[in-house]
Design a protein. Structure first.
Lengths: 428, 348
């Protein structure tokens, strides 16, 4: 920008300028340039913190997550010689004898034990039992006298005859892997380099993803149906009563998520307030199952997410002049037509913003489904937390994060196409 | 007024410096437990007596058994935890992957002074806990006292509580299906055995309510959401001590050991070793079961426990008759695959 300005300057000068003037003009131009530079520096300094914040809070964590989802250093670090020996092996023919020697050499090298253990854990993801097989082999090889490698390995465990184990070692020669990302969509690397579907009892994530999206969509729908009349009432009533209504909507915002969720458990449980009231009124004989299932999850999530829908709606509805509706009515349209063809289209940016916000937030829900949901109500973030915290399989955790993120981005793109992101953001 | 403020500020500063200097003399130590009544008992038996005897400034923290934080600490090199109470399989894999310091057993004691399972390269057994069946005797005079009875929803209608993990739940399912305690892992190691365990769980799947924290399991039982639950034996005894009347059944208990381990790169390693030696000593361990009904690992301590107390511990011989000891090697290998299958199965 600044450069364009300065190069523009000379051409703008009138061609018949006096001889004495160029010096003054160039001084002026220099001053102008210096001024421009200072402004640029100031504006950079002003947005600097924001840029730094975005880099550290969003770009770096996301990049790290993407990297973890494909990073594959474990086997390369632990078994370099074995990988070299397996380089020419096709995965089917007889194993080159040098592979056995190389594996024993790798185990006997001064690789720290934890590096071998990490490789064992990594390969255990692909074949259950590899961890203990490698651990056992390391223990025995390191303490045993020198002997022919093949014989030694097979005598430690005959499983070393099985080419499947060697194929897993060979497969992990590359520093990057698609294994985690494939697993995140229930695929496994096949024996011949292809990709196969995971066995039925291990197919987990696609159905969980579908469930996550379904729950989020239902919560969003319930929220919009509840929030629309509320927002409209708050805007049209005005005065003190509308302030009270707004406060009621915002009140849950001021208590912690955990407290609100636990409160629902107390209210909805078998001997809770709701069930007792229903029974006292004679509406039911036995207590209803209101919690630890999908019903309880919807109740708790809608309660928490309602403000995210109400607030964008209010801000859009406030900007709609009542004269549009009056004009429509005075021109003879019925109230229903007026709503459908005048008011509703005008509020669509608010609906879009509220839905997008609610959907994205609910797709990442973790605490609430864990506490008030049943076994079949757990969402994808449950498994992200499970792999990150419990099994410490950060590759898998990151891959599931990538899966969730790409779904949200796809949704964002679709909504952007249909409603227009500019309209939703109110930047139209 | 201002002068007095300044003076008191100086006084506070001096006190802080003095305490730091004093603390630096004997050093610091951060011990991490699992929280709740268990950590209260550890404070009673181990933390406070150790701090008093050694002068070490002991800080407590607690965690929920998840190792992600430790892994992050070790890989970033900023370790703020010294000693941790860890479950057996966590210790096993953490030790192999370099998350725990190898333990210098010469500083702890003789290996033969402990029950055999208490020995580990990276840790010493802290206590023995157990997963047992229980029910509320104030509601059911004759409740489901075996795992097989848990599956009898005709005689005892209502929900059952189980811990939301494949670990221990699959063992329980096989015990309920008639597998002998000694054969549980032999069966579970095969694909057919795993299918058998899941098929058994299928029979009562709609009647199961899953819990994640020990406290939750007994709250559900007390609230009547479940009529019977699998839970930690120490919780049952603790609840009964506060006036509840829960059954304590040892038939088919599945027991595991928790260990003390030192986090790799601990800044107070010498104190950590001293603490572990103290916590493994006969004197400290014989106090521990007074506060919570978990077994201990020091053989001499086991002998000194009062008989009326010993009756309620998982390590007592009579209670071990039909017990299954958690096979951590099995779970280190199969844990991730079986937990994933378990999660899939639960969601179906």
């Amino acid at each position: 920008m600044a450069r364009a300005m300065t190069s523009d300057l000379p051409t703008r000068q009138p061609s018949g300028a006096a001889v004495a003037r160029p010096a003054r003009i160039s001084a002026l131009a220099a001053g102008f340039r210096a001024d421009k530079r200072r402004q640029t520096i100031i504006s950079i300094a002003l947005i600097g913190p924001l840029v730094a914040f975005i880099v550290f809070a969003f770009v770096l964590p996301l990049a790290t997550m993407l990297f973890y989802a494909i990073n594959n250093p474990e086997v390369r670090n632990a078994l370099p010689k074995t990988l070299v020996a397996l380089e020419t092996w096709d995965g089917h023919s007889a194993l080159p004898p040098s592979a056995y020697d190389a594996l024993v050499a790798d185990i006997k090298s001064d690789v720290p034990p934890n590096v071998l253990a990490e490789a064992g854990r990594r390969m255990n993801y692909e074949i259950t039992g590899f961890r203990s097989l490698l651990a056992k082999t390391v223990r025995n090889v390191r303490s045993a006298p020198v002997q022919p490698a093949e014989q030694q390995l097979v005598s430690i465990d005959a499983q070393w005859r099985d080419p499947a184990y060697w194929r897993v070692i060979k497969r992990n020669a590359s520093p990057l892997t698609a294994f985690y990302l494939l697993s995140a969509v229930d695929l496994r690397p096949g024996a011949d380099g292809g990709v196969t579907l995971a066995p039925a009892e291990e197919r987990l994530f696609l159905s969980t993803l579908l469930r996550t999206l379904t729950i989020s969509a239902c919560v969003t729908l319930i929220c919009v149906l509840l929030a629309y009349p509320i927002a409209n009432a708050i805007v049209s009533i005005g005065g003190r009563f509308s302030a009270i209504m707004l406060a009621c909507v915002l009140l849950p915002f001021w208590t912690s998520l955990l407290v609100r969720t636990s409160a629902w458990i107390v209210i909805l449980q078998k001997e809770g307030i709701v069930n007792r009231a229903l029974q006292a009124l004679g509406l039911t004989d036995a207590p209803l199952e209101l919690i630890f299932n999908r019903t309880g999850l919807y109740i708790a999530m809608v309660h928490i997410l309602l403000p995210f829908m109400v607030l964008p709606l209010i801000s859009v509805m406030k900007g709609i002049s009542p004269s549009y509706v009056k004009a429509s009515l005075s021109l003879g349209a019925s109230p229903v037509t007026t709503f459908l063809r005048v008011y509703l289209p005008l509020t669509l940016p608010g609906v879009g913003a509220g839905c997008l916000l609610t959907f994205i937030i609910s797709a990442g829900y973790y605490v609430t489904p864990t506490l008030v949901g049943g076994a079949s109500d757990q969402m994808l973030s449950y498994f992200i937390a499970f792999y990150a915290n419990t099994t410490i399989n950060w590759g898998m955790s990151a891959a599931l994060g990538v899966l969730l993120l790409s779904c949200i981005l796809a949704l964002y793109a679709i909504v952007g196409r249909i409603v227009g992101i500019d309209r939703i953001m109110g930047m139209e | 007024m201002k002068k007095r403020n300044l003076l008191s500020a100086i006084a506070v500063a001096v006190t802080i410096v003095a305490t730091t200097v004093w603390a630096a003399d004997t050093g610091k130590l951060t011990v991490v437990g699992a929280g709740g009544v268990l950590q209260d008992a550890e404070r009673n038996a181990f933390f406070e007596p150790f701090a008093k005897a050694s002068g070490v400034a002991l800080t407590e923290d607690s965690y929920s058994g998840q190792m992600a934080k430790v892994r992050a600490m070790v890989s970033s090199g900023s370790v703020s935890w010294d000693v941790m109470q860890v479950e057996q399989n966590t210790l096993l894999s953490g030790c192999a992957e370099g998350l725990f310091e190898p333990l210098d057993w010469s500083k702890v004691g003789k290996r033969e002074d402990f029950i055999p399972e208490a020995y580990n390269e990276c840790g010493v057994g802290a206590f023995v806990w157990s997963m047992v069946p229980t029910y509320d005797k104030s509601k059911l005079s004759n409740g489901p006292a075996t795992w097989a009875n848990f599956w009898d929803t005709k005689t005892w209608p209502g929900k059952r509580g189980f811990r939301q993990t494949a670990k221990m739940t699959l063992e329980i399912a096989l015990l309920a299906d008639g597998v002998q305690p000694g054969d549980v892992y032999k069966v579970l190691a095969t694909k057919a055995g795993q299918d058998r365990a899941f098929a058994k769980l299928d029979q009562i799947k709609p009647d199961i309510i899953w819990w994640t924290s020990g406290a939750e399991s007994l709250e559900r039982l007390a609230a009547g959401d479940v009529v019977a639950t699998a839970t930690f034996n120490g919780r049952v005894s603790a609840a009964n001590a506060t006036g509840k009347n829960f059954a304590l059944v040892w038939n088919g208990q599945v027991y595991g050991i928790d260990y003390w381990g030192i986090v790799k790169g601990s800044p107070n390693k010498a104190n950590a070793e001293k603490f572990i030696a103290f916590a493994a000593s006969e004197a400290a361990q014989s106090v521990f079961p007074e506060s919570i009904a978990y077994g201990v690992t020091n053989l001499k301590a086991i002998r000194t426990i009062r008989p009326e107390l010993a009756r309620d511990l998982p390590t007592t011989e009579a209670n071990l008759a039909s017990a299954v000891g958690l096979n951590t090697e099995f779970w280190a290998d199969n844990g991730e695959a079986l937990e994933a299958r378990f999660a899939t199965w639960r969601a179906q």
